[in-house]
Write a protein that binds this ligand. Structure first.
Ligand SMILES: *Cc1c(COP(=O)(O)O)cnc(C)c1O
Length: 232
């Protein structure tokens, strides 16, 4: 995939939006049904401000301290912050207090802490369960067989809103191979969904495989490098 660094940030953002729109058309998805999360980890606050100036509101961060510093520097902007990194027990409080979404929930213990620590004057924290869909030992996420149990635990919690599933598969060469884990995540969602918990969000797809994810039903793609260029 070609991430042209001679383009300006607004031009790269526009190019990513065009890729999303083209994939929606190509795979008969409703236009505008795929949200773009700009993954700003290891990028400066100035770059986020520039992306906001080009119309981007939702940003994903992986590291709590780094995110909090940028949130403070950008407090004048109405941004929506998504935590997409690995959760650690000793970091759940700042996440519960300073983010709107958490994409990588993998334990009932973390879920319980996030709900308890969520300030009651904020809307419930939106969460996606991270699923280890390709079954690799090295990957984060709960095995599909444990998803039902974690889902049930999350649904008990008053300050969490379980909105869907997320995955982060290993890179694959071609689109057909990229689509396999995304299809598996959608099929798992279809099995787990109930009328009162439809799990309507599928958080999947990044800079190099967003088309494959959109083909398989992604509703939110998490894109860093293609928007911001290489990370510092
Ligand atoms: C870094 C990261 C991304 C963005 O990856 P790019 O390849 O730069 O688009 C997406 N999701 C998660 C969970 C990440 O950690």
């Amino acid at each position: 995939m070609n991430h042209d660094t001679s383009l300006s940030l607004p031009e790269r953002l526009a190019a990513v939006r065009a890729r999303v729109a083209a994939a929606e058309t190509r795979f008969s998805r409703t236009p505008g049904s795929v949200r773009l999360l700009a993954v700003s980890k290891m990028q400066g606050a100035a770059a986020i401000r520039m992306a906001h100036g080009a119309g981007q509101l939702a940003f994903g961060e992986n590291y709590v301290q780094e995110a909090l510093a940028k949130q403070a520097a950008l407090a004048d902007l109405p941004l929506e912050w998504h935590f997409i990194g690995q959760l650690q027990t000793n970091k759940t409080r700042p996440i519960a207090e300073h983010f709107a979404w958490v994409h990588g929930l993998t334990s009932a213990h973390h879920a319980e802490r996030l709900s308890r620590q969520r300030p009651p004057d904020l809307p419930p924290l939106k969460v996606c369960l991270e699923i280890n869909i390709s079954g690799e030992d090295t990957k984060g996420g709960v095995p599909p067989a444990q998803a039902v149990e974690l889902l049930a635990a999350c649904r008990e919690l008053p300050h969490l809103e379980l909105v869907g599933l997320m995955c982060l598969p290993a890179p694959a060469e071609d689109e057909a191979a990229q689509r396999q884990p995304f299809r598996a995540l959608r099929e798992l969602r279809d099995r787990l969904a109930t009328p009162d918990c439809p799990l309507s969000v599928l958080s999947m797809g990044m800079s190099d495989d967003l088309e494959a994810a959109i083909a398989e039903g992604a509703t939110l793609v998490r894109v860093g490098t293609a928007i911001f260029g290489p990370r510092h």
